[in-house]
Design a protein around this ligand. Structure first.
Ligand code: ATP
Ligand code: MG
Length: 282
């Protein structure tokens, strides 16, 4: 699996006199097995970008290649792209509508035109992957907790067996326990099923310890691209565009500036505590 965006622009409201240039000359390559965090202030273009990836919206200019094929080619099978690039919208639980959990999960594979048996098998597998037990299959999705609803919505996408899972703000509005539940699930899907994940978030704290590559957007452009440790070195730049770095990373940076011997590039609170401990020990 690979996705390549070449000189991609997206403009809302073309010809209305109220044009908004939401994506500006995006050049980007996403490779198999990556776990990417896409961060940026509100309005920076994150949702617009991810909706281009599965062909839901079409770029105003530029080209997107999926596995080397131009998805805007007349003969390209856009329908199959939608199942390969699974997009979980923000607040996906708002799209749950069936009477039972299992029916909801089967909705996507049903639309792929799969045989009944295969559809059921995939749906059961997907629910298992997200940790929804058999006892919940026949209950109404509306009786579930926030975190559970979201996992059911994710299962609906996983049942289509996508090669890439794209999630737009999957932890927005959840309490800390619900957040850990979803992020832990994504980590597991990535490590055990080798699925490529693109996770949109405006919180660096949330994604830092999970992703191996971070993309930072500002005003329709990708301004930083690298592993979290590298991206966090641009603390001042990030603050200027309205993004804070995780508190623990900040503490380590400040200690280092004040002359402390902090080694490596700690990312999580645990890393930072360990680095401080090592410094104090010597
Ligand atoms: N349907 C639309 N019509 C017109 N303008 C839009 C539309 N959707 C988004 N925009 C504008 O495009 C720009 C990028 O928006 P987008 O929703 O992609 O940002 P975002 O990074 O996802 O923001 P958020 O963090 O708030 O979800 C913003 O200026 C936004 O106001
Ligand atoms: Mg958005």
């Amino acid at each position: 699996m690979s996705i390549k965006l070449q000189d991609v622009n997206y403009i809302y409201g073309i010809g209305t006199g109220q044009e908004i240039h939401a994506l500006k000359n995006i050049n980007l390559e996403i490779n198999n097995g990556e776990f990417i965090g896409l961060a940026g202030h509100t309005g920076s273009g994150k949702s617009t970008l991810v909706q281009l990836l599965n062909g839901l919206m079409r770029a105003s200019s530029g080209v997107i290649y999926y596995n080397g094929q131009n998805i805007y080619d007349k003969l390209y099978n856009m329908h199959s792209l939608r199942s390969k690039v699974g997009l979980v919208f923000q607040y996906p639980e708002h799209q749950l509508f069936e009477t039972t959990v299992i029916n909801d999960v089967q909705f996507g594979p049903k639309n792929l035109g799969l045989p009944q048996l295969e559809m059921e098998l995939r749906s059961f597998q997907a629910l298992k992957m997200v940790g929804i037990g058999d006892e919940l299959l026949d209950v109404s999705p509306f009786t579930l907790s926030g975190g559970q609803k979201r996992r059911v919505a994710i299962a609906g996408i996983l049942a289509m067996q996508p090669e890439v899972l794209v999630l737009d703000e999957p932890v927005a509005g959840l309490d800390p326990a619900g957040r850990d539940e979803i992020l832990g699930l994504l980590k597991k899907l990535h490590s055990e099923n080798n699925i490529t994940i693109i996770l949109v978030s405006h919180s660096m704290d949330d994604i830092a310890k999970y992703v191996n590559r971070m993309l930072v957007m500002n005003k329709g452009e990708i301004v930083l691209d690298g592993n979290p440790a590298k991206v966090f070195q641009f603390e001042k730049e990030l603050e200027r565009i309205g993004l804070g770095i995780p508190q623990a990373v900040k503490v380590c940076h400040q200690l280092r500036e004040a002359g402390a011997y902090i080694t490596g590039e700690p990312i999580t609170a645990e890393d930072c505590a360990e680095a401080i401990y090592q410094w104090l020990k010597v």
